[in-house]
Design a protein around this ligand. Structure first.
Ligand SMILES: [Zn+2]
Length: 177
């Protein structure tokens, strides 16, 4: 940050405090060349997040990529884009709340599926078939049977982040906060 008066590049911080909203840090600076004082605001940038893939390669977190997989799996299932957006947001929040700089792609897949399972079982199975890359038909059959034998409403952990509204006949989920 150059001095607004003389464009000198170095300044010292003479005071530092959080802004009223807490989203930025307000810094009072003094130019080291002309001693003019000025104020800067620093905002927190989302930390870079990397996804570690099965083969060990790291890739930058891509919301679009996860969403794309979901959109593919949801074809003809009448699920609003906003519901998928909310699902990806929810997963991203959960991942970022861990404060780690990387996450295994396997973990992301499991988190997505955990939420999908309560949203739409067909989409869940489609997503699982791509994501888990079923080795064979038997593998797929086990996943389907597992869904059938543990329908969402009977799942003990079903209420943790995603909740089906009892009065919602459309089946649209309240993905919560
Ligand atoms: Zn200056």
């Amino acid at each position: 940050m150059n001095c607004p008066a003389c464009a000198h590049g170095d300044s010292k911080v003479v005071d530092s405090r959080d802004s009223e909203t807490g989203e930025a840090i307000r810094r009072r600076r003094e130019c080291l060349a002309c001693a003019k004082r000025f104020t800067t605001y620093e905002r927190v940038e989302a930390q870079p997040l990397f996804v570690v893939k099965k083969d060990g390669r790291r890739e930058e977190w891509s919301r679009q990529k996860i969403l794309g997989g979901l959109i593919n799996a949801s074809k003809k299932r009448d699920i609003a884009q906003s519901v998928l957006d909310a699902l990806v947001d929810d997963v991203e929040n959960a991942v970022r709340s861990r404060s780690a700089s990387e996450v295994l792609s396997r973990d992301i897949g499991e988190m997505v599926m955990e939420r999908l399972r309560m949203l739409d079982q067909i989409v869940y199975i489609r997503f699982a078939s791509v994501y888990r890359s079923f080795k064979d038909v038997e593998d797929m059959r086990q996943t389907i049977e597992d869904v059938l034998s543990n329908p969402p409403k009977l799942q003990s952990g079903a209420g943790r982040r995603t909740r089906r509204r009892a009065d919602d006949s459309t089946g649209v989920l309240d993905l919560g906060k």
